[in-house]
Write a protein that binds this ligand. Structure first.
Ligand SMILES: NC(=O)c1ccc[n+]([C@@H]2O[C@H](COP(=O)([O-])OP(=O)(O)OC[C@H]3O[C@@H](n4cnc5c(N)ncnc54)[C@H](OP(=O)(O)O)[C@@H]3O)[C@@H](O)[C@H]2O)c1
Ligand SMILES: *[C@@H]1O[C@H](CO)[C@@H](O)[C@H](O)[C@H]1NC(C)=O
Length: 364
């Protein structure tokens, strides 16, 4: 039995390599002639962030070029990537082309990237932001995130972001989150990022940052979908003016694709096949995906769905012309099942890291 089966809740997953993709999305608050206006939220920096983003985990460079073009045409202006997604170059290329064609200005784009889990230390923050900016061909990003609260070290050269057995990484027990955060703050001061945030942190970790920071986190990016609604964490973030970004908003369909690539088969509870969600979708003449994404928007949460399919990426953005009513919301709320798909069990013993965020969910 793999380590993941020790989890009380959620399906047994194959052991994953850590490097799952995360992305943020890009949307524009400034509309180009043909694109719809996407609503925005305001960060604690005073800057606007588009209310839906474009996820790019597992979007390989070859397909992403065309898909990102289509996404920008459709109106996405918030783009989520990460060093570990290995697609920053193509994202930079496409955005640069749009800027040099006069179709966009840099400030129309909200670009997010992340410090990799294998570099969660002050030097890593500094070095990897530099690398990301070089890949993206940008002077700054709009939001830089600490990808995970725990760190690992790569002990072999073979690590690839797509697939790894976990045997080539070791746990970095020395992760010092406050030292990491001080370095994140320096990146704001230096102008390399407009805002800073965190991802996969639990409530007590977010609180520790808030209690010890000079610059507050603007955003928390966590797994969030109808089966993991994160009410307590969302309320806590709202009280503290931290914008919540929902990754795997469609229910970790992306993770099931990833597991399949590893040659494994897992029985995922497919959010988009849920009968309650399908019935609500039918009622509004919308798709299940649109209902799920709209639910986030109405909760003040920013979803960052990933699609490189030209139809689906447009569909995912087309959620601002309908409203879920109180009855729909009540039914959707009942679907919360505390099912977490991403437990980051990169290798055996991950839960022994002092900053492993889901300790309370591990069966002892
Ligand atoms: N911070 C983190 O640790 C972290 C972790 C995971 C993810 N993320 C970020 O969050 C983003 C989204 O999460 P995710 O990629 O895990 O999952 P997701 O967005 O919930 O689902 C993406 C999957 O659903 C499919 N899909 C997209 N739209 C669809 C639709 N309308 N109907 C049916 N299927 C649809 C996509 O396939 P097609 O492309 O073929 O449409 C893809 O396989 C990531 O790309 C990444 O940017 C961050
Ligand atoms: C949150 O993370 C801390 C590590 O910083 C851990 O000790 C604690 O158990 C976690 N809380 C939950 C609810 O899992």
């Amino acid at each position: 039995m793999g380590p993941i089966s020790k989890f009380q809740k959620g399906p047994p997953l194959a052991r994953l390599v850590l490097i799952m993709a995360c992305l943020n999305s890009v949307l524009a608050s400034v509309s180009i002639a043909s694109s719809p206006t996407i609503p925005t939220l305001t960060l604690n920096t005073g800057k606007k962030i588009p209310a839906i983003g474009y996820g790019t985990w597992q979007a390989a460079e070859a397909e992403l070029e065309k898909a990102l073009d289509a996404a920008l045409e459709a109106g996405y202006r918030h783009i989520d990537t990460a060093a570990v997604y290995e697609n920053e170059k193509v994202i930079g290329n496409v955005i640069k082309r749009w800027i040099s064609n006069g179709k966009l200005k840099r400030e129309d784009i909200f670009l997010v990237t992340k410090v990799p889990t294998y570099a969660i230390d002050p030097e890593g923050v500094r070095e990897y932001l530099k690398k990301s900016l070089a890949n993206l061909q940008m002077d700054y990003v709009d939001l830089y995130l600490v990808h995970t609260p725990f760190g690992i070290k790569i002990i072999e050269e073979t690590l690839h972001s797509a697939v790894s057995s976990g045997s080539n990484v070791e746990i970095d027990y020395k992760t010092d989150l406050l030292a990491v955060w001080r370095e994140m703050e320096k990146q704001v001061d230096a102008g390399f990022t407009k805002a800073i945030g965190i991802s996969n942190f639990n409530k007590s970790q977010v609180k520790r940052i808030l209690d010890n920071c000079k610059i507050r986190p603007s955003s928390l990016q966590v797994e969030l979908h109808p089966y993991l609604q994160q009410n307590e964490l969302v309320d806590f973030c709202k009280e503290n003016n931290i914008v919540v970004v929902a990754y795997s908003p469609l229910g970790s369909l992306g993770l099931s694709v990833y597991i399949e690539k590893l040659g494994k088969k897992e029985d995922f509870q497919n959010v988009l096949q849920n009968p309650t969600i399908k019935a609500i979708a039918e009622k509004h003449s919308k798709t299940a995906a649109q209902v799920v994404l709209r639910f986030d928007v109405q909760r003040g949460i920013i979803p960052i769905p990933k699609s490189t399919n030209l139809e689906r990426l447009k569909q995912n953005l087309d959620i601002f012309d309908f409203e879920l009513d109180a009855d729909d919301i009540q039914k959707l709320k009942k679907l919360d099942a505390h099912v977490r798909f991403f437990n980051f069990m990169i290798r055996d013993g991950m839960e022994t890291h002092p900053e492993y965020p889901f300790k309370d969910e591990v069966h002892k």
